[in-house]
Design a protein around this ligand. Structure first.
Ligand code: XMP
Length: 310
């Protein structure tokens, strides 16, 4: 693909669609939505309002980091606190698709619909990529940002139109576009992070307490594997528990899984052969988290596994 031409075409298409109206987009801190934000601002300038929705599902320090790094390239990002809405929608849910649906509908029916009403924007720019569409259509997983492909008409249902400028690209293509847009490495070389965020890394119910555990474990894994060169790495909190010993007493504790994968485009992936010493260091820190007494390293490739657990 000629990415330079792709970028020009998308900028023209966004301008043509939005006309002299307003658009909004939500940054998740992941590569796709970051690239979309920069592309959208090239096309629309101040007529694109970018928000970062604090869904309570984000990584440690994520909102501040994202707002700061975009401020450095001249793109203002507004922080929206929707923690209560998301936690309420997820309360009591354990089924993976129900959890994904709860995140999707809170985003689109509640948070974005309110924003659209408040700002008068008629368009929502979306960072959907081809892999999201393919896997949703194939019924593997409902990616949070897929609407039209599932027969949902956002204009009818939510009152705004959705534009998906990256829908022809896979992850490697998104990175090419990032390079062309001269995005700083801390933005485009970030590992992928899913829109439904830490909710995809908690098997079972998503509660504030369980989020705090997986958030802490994620920070440890990201710190330790930041120089691994891997495609993606993460911590996952399982719903099962295991017996262990803490301070000389029996403890029925939580289990955290560590995953570190090589991949080009997230369609297939293989576990990285990490040094034993590195794994030990991660295990030691993760089992120091309150209530966690087991840390496992997941060797399963995709397929048969997917990258995320939910
Ligand atoms: P899976 O788990 O399907 O993940 O093998 C493939 C890639 O997509 C990311 N992912 C998502 N990204 N919304 C996103 O924006 C989602 O709902 C979603 N689910 C998974 C995942 O992190 C991996 O890079």
């Amino acid at each position: 693909m000629d990415y330079k031409q792709f970028v020009e075409e998308q900028i023209t298409a966004i301008r043509r669609a939005v006309g002299d109206g307003l658009a909004i987009n939500a940054l998740s801190g992941g590569v796709d939505s970051s690239v979309l934000t920069v592309l959208g601002h090239r096309a629309l300038g101040e007529r694109l309002k970018t928000v970062f929705v604090d869904s309570a599902l984000m990584r440690q320090g994520e909102s501040q980091n994202v707002v700061k790094s975009f401020a450095r390239i001249g793109i203002p990002v507004e922080l929206i606190d929707a923690r209560v809405e998301f936690l309420t929608a997820l309360r009591g849910l354990t089924d993976p698709e129900e959890k994904r649906n709860a995140v999707t509908s809170t985003f689109y029916q509640k948070v974005f619909a309110d924003l659209v009403r408040e700002t008068g924007a008629k368009f929502l720019l979306h960072g959907t990529i081809l892999t999201d569409i393919e896997e949703t259509v194939a019924g593997i997983k409902r990616q949070h940002n897929i609407l039209a492909q599932l027969g949902i008409d956002p204009e009818k249902e939510y009152g705004y139109q959705v534009l998906e400028p990256l829908a022809a690209l896979r992850k490697d293509g998104v990175r090419e576009v990032a390079r062309l847009l001269e995005m700083p490495p801390e933005m485009c070389q970030r590992i992928p992070f899913p829109g439904p965020a830490l909710a995809t890394r908690i098997v079972g119910e998503v509660t504030e307490e369980r989020l705090a555990t997986v958030r802490r474990a994620t920070a440890i894994v990201e710190e330790e594997l930041g120089d691994s060169g891997a495609f993606q790495y993460m911590a996952v909190l399982l719903a099962d528990k295991a017996t262990g010993i803490r301070d000389g007493r029996r403890e029925f504790g939580q289990i955290v899984v560590v995953r570190c994968l090589d991949s080009v485009d997230a369609r297939t992936a293989t576990a990285v052969e990490l040094p034993w010493e590195k794994l030990h260091r991660i295990c030691e820190q993760i089992t120091a988290i309150e209530g966690v007494n087991r840390c496992l390293y997941d060797l399963t490739p995709k397929p048969p596994a997917t990258i995320e657990y939910v």
